[in-house]
Each structure stands twice: as structure tokens, then as C-alpha cells.
Design a protein around this ligand. Structure first.
Ligand code: ADP
Ligand code: MG
Length: 383
């Protein structure tokens, strides 16, 4: 290729997996909540062999007793399924650790949590101070891998934390104005004016994310007083160069806590909240259309239909390793939502991501102009 010759790179490397790879799909069951116990709900989800999920609609107490000790119901199988005993560390190691490794080799990765409000998405992604989640454990792992590999390496870790709320994009690290999405010739879709925070340690990241999360838009709904109706996206850009190497590897990791997937129909039609509902539906609907189009191998993927899908464009179908974590409640009261979530998770297993040109190499010298050329090359080879 002409641009490749200009760069004297020979060829742009391909990933070992070949041209396409599937998205990895996981399910995480959370413990029964106190309220769910008080309301007398039973567990309708059962996990066996760390990957099989059985969903049972319970019609009576008898039914429940009959089914309690055997596996029955609709069966799904995933790359892994986590029971309510799974630790945050175990979930992180199984779902995301490989992606962090990949980012240091210049591969983009994305992890998104999908599920209804209260299913455990924020717990999985952000977690608590005592039990930090994937976002924090990923940063910790990243810093420790960089330290282990080479003290003299040159690296930079830059964080952005943003939300899509009511079809507006906001900067969670610098709240206030909403951001405009722009198509950049070299970087694809970018949020103009977004804060890029240069991070040095896990502790500051944890504080930063907790603070950022407080800036997330919340609106009480009838379903759940504290439900967050926003999609939160943590983007981690990593530049990495080994001591004696003359290439800088650039990788981007996106960690996404999606808004509740429950149908807007469940909330009041005439209030502001239902407008939000409609918009959240719009983003999630657009996400499901994109998933469908990707599964069916369509040429046109409707990323432009929502802010969320525009932002996830390079994470979903592009040169990226993608992971979906579907969060579910065990409660029979949530049967419909759990069924819905498992349906989409099952569907997402069929998505093939484009693994071509997945590694971004940027030569040390004159990295800026060459990086641009390289991105052009990737664009020419992509699509
Ligand atoms: P979502 O973000 O999907 O709306 P949350 O993550 O806020 O749901 O979870 C709802 C509640 O359940 C929270 O109080 C959270 O701490 C708790 N929870 C969720 N998942 C777990 C888990 N795996 N272990 C313990 N508590 C959990
Ligand atoms: Mg949440």
C-alpha cells in the first residue's frame, strides 16, 4: 500500500485471531436484595458449571419446591457466568484482564455492562470503596503491568469520563456544559473539549471516578428511586513504549456502565422522565439495532442513530476486543427484565468484531504526522 510504503513499515500487523473475532459475553447474577427478600420473591435464575444459566418462570410455591433441586427452565450458555458469590477480582480477571494486556500491545478494548436498573451494573463497573469494580481494578492492573515491564519505558495514561444522558453528552470530570460530538478525520468520533486527565496512580483514579459518578444525572423513577438514567463511559488511552524500542503503541480501553435497559413503557408516559425514557430507549434501541446489524453481517451499521452508538462505534464493530457483561437479579419479580437481558446477551454472542489492523503502531520519530498517515492507512484498509 502506498501509505505503508511511505511509512516504511512493511505491513500493518494483524491480530493472531485472524480477520474477525466474536464478542465475549458474560452474565453476572447479583445476590437477592433485602427488599426482594421482604417481598417474598424466589430465585428464578440458576447458574451451573460457571457458564450455564437456567431461567425459570415460577407460577407457584409448589412449582418452586418442585424445581428447587433440579436444573430446569430456559437454558443459555455464555463464555462464563458468575454466581452471586463471585468476587469483584474474579469478575475482573475473567472478563477484562486480557483486554488490559491487549491495550498495552496497542489493541483497543471495550467492556460494557447491560441490564435493568438495580441489576448490578454500577457495582460491577465502579463498585464500592471496599469492593472496587472493573474500572478501578483495570487501572490498578494497568499501572502494575507498566511498572513490572520496564521502569524506563515511556508511558502515558489518560482518562476521560463522560455520560450520555437524554441524548446529550456531558463531561463527568468537568461538569457543566454539554459536549458536541464531532467526526475527526484521524480519530473518528470525538467529544469536543472533553477533559483528558493524565493519571499516575490507582488511588487518584478511584477518587476521580467516585467524584465523577456523583456528577452522573439521576432522576427518581417509579421503578427505582436512585436509578441512574445515564450511560457512563470511562475511556483510558494508553501510550506505551519499551525502553529500547522505537515504536509507541497506542491503545484505548472503554469501560461502559449503561443505563437501565427496562422498557420505558414501565414509567409514566406524560412526565419528563418518560421523555428521558424515550431517549434512553433511543440509545439502547440504537444499540440493539447495531447489535442486530452486526450479527447479521450487514454492510451498513446504524451507528448514527444515537449519541451512545456514535461513541461506541469503534468499540462495537471496529478494531476492538469487546466484552459484554449482562447483569441480572435472581428475583422472580424481575423475571421479565432478566429474560430480556439474557435474550440480548445471547444475541450479542453472534457479533463479530473486525480484528483487522487492530494494532496501532506509531513510529517514535515524527510520530505526529506519521500517526496521521497510519490512521489514514487504517481507514483505507478498514470498512
Ligand atoms: P445498577 O447499576 O444496575 O442499577 P447497582 O450496581 O446500583 O445496579 O446495584 C443495585 C444494588 O445491588 C446496590 O445496592 C449494589 O451495591 C447491590 N449489588 C449489585 N451487585 C452486587 C453484588 N454482586 N454483590 C453485592 N451487592 C451487589
Ligand atoms: Mg447504576
Amino acid at each position: 500500500y502506498s501509505v505503508a510504503r511511505k511509512l516504511s513499515l512493511g505491513r500493518v500487523p494483524r491480530s493472531e485471531e485472524g480477520r474477525t473475532a466474536k464478542i465475549m459475553v458474560f452474565v453476572r447474577l447479583r445476590p437477592m436484595g433485602r427488599r426482594e427478600i421482604e417481598l417474598g420473591s424466589k430465585s428464578c435464575v440458576r447458574i451451573t458449571d460457571d457458564r450455564d444459566v437456567y431461567l425459570t418462570e415460577l407460577s407457584s410455591e409448589m412449582d418452586y419446591l418442585r424445581r428447587l433441586n433440579r436444573v430446569s427452565g430456559r437454558h443459555f450458555s455464555f463464555d462464563a457466568a458468575f454466581s452471586d458469590h463471585a468476587t469483584q477480582q474474579h469478575v475482573y480477571s475473567t472478563t477484562t484482564a486480557d483486554l488490559v494486556q491487549g491495550v498495552l500491545q496497542g489493541r483497543n478494548g471495550s467492556v460494557f455492562c447491560y441490564g435493568s436498573t438495580g441489576a448490578g451494573k454500577t457495582y460491577t463497573m465502579l463498585g464500592t470503596l471496599k469492593n472496587p469494580g472493573v474500572m478501578v481494578l483495570a487501572m490498578k492492573d494497568l499501572f502494575s503491568k507498566i511498572r513490572q515491564r520496564n521502569c524506563d519505558s515511556n508511558h502515558g495514561v489518560h482518562l476521560s469520563y463522560l455520560e450520555v444522558y437524554n441524548e446529550t453528552v456531558r463531561d463527568l470530570l468537568s461538569p457543566g456544559r454539554s459536549l458536541v460530538l464531532r467526526e475527526d478525520k484521524h480519530q473518528g468520533i470525538v467529544a469536543a473539549g472533553l477533559t483528558h486527565y493524565k493519571a499516575y496512580s490507582t488511588d487518584e483514579v478511584m477518587a476521580l471516578l467516585q467524584q465523577g459518578n456523583l456528577n452522573r444525572s439521576t432522576e427518581p423513577t417509579r421503578l427505582n428511586e436512585t436509578s441512574s438514567r445515564s450511560h457512563a463511559i470511562l475511556q483510558v488511552m494508553v501510550e506505551y513504549r519499551e525502553k529500547d524500542s522505537d515504536v509507541t503503541l497506542v491503545g484505548k480501553l472503554s469501560l461502559i456502565d449503561l443505563a437501565g435497559s427496562e422498557r420505558a413503557i414501565a414509567t409514566d408516559k406524560r412526565t419528563l422522565r418518560s421523555i428521558e425514557g424515550a431517549n434512553i430507549n433511543r440509545s439502547l434501541l440504537a444499540l440493539s439495532s447495531c447489535i442486530n446489524a452486526l450479527v447479521e453481517g450487514k454492510k451498513h451499521i446504524p451507528y448514527r442513530n444515537s449519541k451512545l452508538t456514535q461513541l461506541l462505534k469503534d468499540s462495537l464493530g471496529g478494531a476492538c476486543n469487546s466484552v459484554m457483561i449482562a447483569n441480572v437479579s435472581p428475583s422472580s419479580l424481575q423475571f421479565g427484565e432478566t429474560q430480556n437481558t439474557l435474550h440480548w446477551a445471547d444475541r450479542a454472542k453472534e457479533i463479530k468484531t473486525n480484528q483487522e489492523n487492530i494494532i496501532q503502531l506509531i513510529p517514535k520519530s515524527d510520530s505526529d504526522s506519521q500517526a496521521k498517515l497510519l490512521l489514514e492507512l487504517q481507514k483505507e484498509n478498514g470498512d
